[in-house]
Design a protein around this ligand. Sequence first.
Ligand SMILES: Cc1cc2nc3c(=O)[nH]c(=O)nc-3n(C[C@H](O)[C@H](O)[C@H](O)COP(=O)(O)O)c2cc1C
Length: 471
Amino acid sequence: MSTNLGSRTGNPPPRPTAHVHLGVFFQGVNHHTVWSDPRSGSQTDLLSFRRIVETAERGLFDAFFLGEGLRLRETNGRLHDLDVVGRPDAITQLAALAAVTTHIGLVATQNTTYNDPADLARRLASLDVLSGGRAAWNVVTTDNAWTGANFRRGGYLDHADRYTRAAEFLTAARAVWDSFADDAVAPSRDSAAWSRPGAVAPVAVDGRTLSSHVTPTVPRSPQGHPVIFQAGDSPTGRTFAAENADVIFSAHGGDLEDALTFARDIRRRTTAAGRPADDVKIFPGTAFVLGATEAEAQEKARWLAHEQISDATALSIISHIWGEDLSHLDPEGPLPEHDPAPRELARTRGTGAGQGDPVQLARSLRSRADERGLSLREVVIAADRRQGFVGTPDAVADRLVEFVRSGAVDGFNVSPWLVPDGLDDVVDLLVPALQERGAYPTSYRGTTLREHLGLREPLTRRADGRTAVGA
Ligand SMILES: Cc1cc2nc3c(=O)[nH]c(=O)nc-3n(C[C@H](O)[C@H](O)[C@H](O)COP(=O)(O)O)c2cc1C
């Protein structure tokens, strides 16, 4: 199997040395983070996250990244048993973590469908200034009316309009961030001086989906703008990332061929948008399960998968796919014999454990269960496993370096499924293994997130003539 991206595409050849970038990622509402362990503490206790962000910073991670889930998941009116209730707002939580860290980047997922650009641009700029230039915004459009029902304006748009609004929203936010005069950068964290307003230009953005006239209030941070991440995998979503993002957060990090295909596609779209091919950094989500031996790592992965899928969660997932209340079934028994009603399953509605055609999904689960003699719960566990790289620190380090050297990814967003110690072995064992391979730094190279990621200046502030997003 060739993994040489360059020779196939005419892009630069694989990198002889590589820096494997790492970030921590916590999903929004989900059942994969194991909170049921008594050691996990509470999801509303800052200490649970403080411990993990401090571990990540000790391990020289680039970023601590929070997903967004604005509604608890339910199937037939029943909330999911393993979802945590009361997960705090990301920007608020990251502002608190900014006070106990000095280098690590702080990434907040925020959607463009239900927010307002003047308000969100101000809150993100505030996090950026208060953290000394460490903030990033993961731009999402959020793909379901079910979340939209939370919002007064009932603001669920169709797919194309969500991306039109996202582009107009980002244009407005960037205009707000750019509107302070160049000398009106916020004073540094250690500086005792206050800064005078200087020149501020009011911003007017009149688009198809929004009209915004704003006089900004927060000056620029040392990194210019918050870094822009993007998550959305459709062709429109990928083009939006190629035109606008510094980093794309993808779901293409499990299989090297798939990751390479994705990388080629993003590089092609980025070049078509008039940007250098490597201007968008690619960070898939993943997880690591490490053990002293391969067998120990596999055993730990099996244990973890069982912790992530309780009997009730397995039945919620099956009820979601079949579109009917199947909570009376025996989790140790077989799957239902009948097919679900044909319809379309959305990614983030309900369980998130299946999208697309439920009939196909049900049939593939049934044939997997029949082939391997699996019960209902066991087949859900097998289909839902999200363990990423499983093995010894040396074996996993070799794989990560292969992904980065081949040009498939720039780094990984790692979900530590166990709180608060799920990152300890990554930092104590995997990071040194990467350092031994010359693929990981031994200190932070700067103080801002833009510097950690090796990014150029914000798109709208470049001297190469780009003044408008998407131009
Ligand atoms: C890797 C990844 C992570 C995502 N994380 C979130 C999230 O935390 N919150 C959210 O509301 N949507 C999230 N989304 C969904 C996107 O907002 C988007 O609505 C969805 O992917 C549909 O757009 P698409 O058709 O372009 O993929 C994520 C999508 C991807 C691919």
